[in-house]
Design a protein around this ligand. Structure first.
Ligand SMILES: [Zn+2]
Length: 260
């Protein structure tokens, strides 16, 4: 190979090397750019995840049975007002006598009123379906007399389990009532002497659907510890992202499965 040919070959090799180098540069630049794009995407995705906490679908329903009572019901209302939380009171008709102002307060402060029979006497109310519905109607009339409002949501004393069946449900629905049991029980009805910490601990157990907590509590005259535990129960559900709601006829019915 003469000198001229050697030079041409050298120039040719240099050109190929240069092209390869340029290609390499372009590819690495592309990779870097790509990484930059990904880098930009990462925080965007993260921020979208943060935005994801806006829609909440976890609801907590605080429910108080057996009232109204002179001391406990107003004390519960005071706490609910302070915490800005709406709740549901399943009232007993005979307890309204002489406590009309307390029932009125429940209503004017935006809580829901439900029916929990007139006598709360198990032997009487569960004698027949007619008796049971008759007691609800009597209580509804009393609530209407005081507040001007006729409740349509009901709770079985002791729960609907083994008491509700296809036939009674038809009658209940014919009268436009909706049934609400519970899936959280702080056990203040069975044992009003439980400590504040025991009541709060009991409120943490949700049976079934964890996104809907229907919490059973009582406002009998002996439920003073329930009053003390209430803020702690509200805090627990609030911190977990639950929204507090009162039960209305728009709330899907909740009753225990029954065998026909
Ligand atoms: Zn009760």
């Amino acid at each position: 190979m003469n000198y001229k040919n050697q030079s041409i070959l050298l120039i040719f090799i240099s050109a190929i090397v240069s092209i390869l180098l340029i290609c390499l540069l372009l590819i690495s630049n592309y990779i870097i750019n790509d990484l930059k794009i990904n880098d930009v995407f990462i925080p965007i995705t993260t921020s979208l995840k943060d935005v994801g906490e806006i829609p909440t679908s976890k609801f907590a329903y605080l429910t108080f049975d057996d009232g109204p009572t002179h001391v406990v019901t107003p004390a519960i209302l005071d706490i609910l007002k302070k915490e800005n939380v709406k709740a549901t009171f399943f009232v007993v008709g005979k307890e309204i006598e002489g406590r009309e102002n307390i029932l009125k307060r429940i209503y004017t402060e935006g809580h829901s009123i439900g029916l929990h029979t007139y006598s709360h006497n198990f032997k009487k109310i569960y004698r027949s379906c007619d008796e049971f519905i008759g007691e609800m109607k009597k209580t509804s009339d009393k609530v209407k007399e005081v507040t001007g409002f006729s409740p349509k949501i009901i709770r079985f004393p002791g729960g609907s389990s083994k008491r509700l069946n296809d036939f009674t449900l038809i009658d209940i629905h014919k009268n436009n009532y909706k049934v609400y049991d519970w899936n959280v029980n702080i056990c203040d009805g069975i044992n009003p002497n439980l400590s504040v910490s025991e009541l709060i601990k009991n409120s943490h157990t949700i049976k079934g659907n964890k996104n809907e907590a229907i919490i059973l509590m009582h406002c009998n005259s002996n439920n003073k510890t329930t009053v003390k535990a209430l803020s702690g129960i509200i805090k627990y559900y609030h911190d977990l992202g639950y929204t507090f709601k009162a039960i209305t006829t728009s709330t899907p019915e909740y009753y225990y499965r029954f065998k026909n």
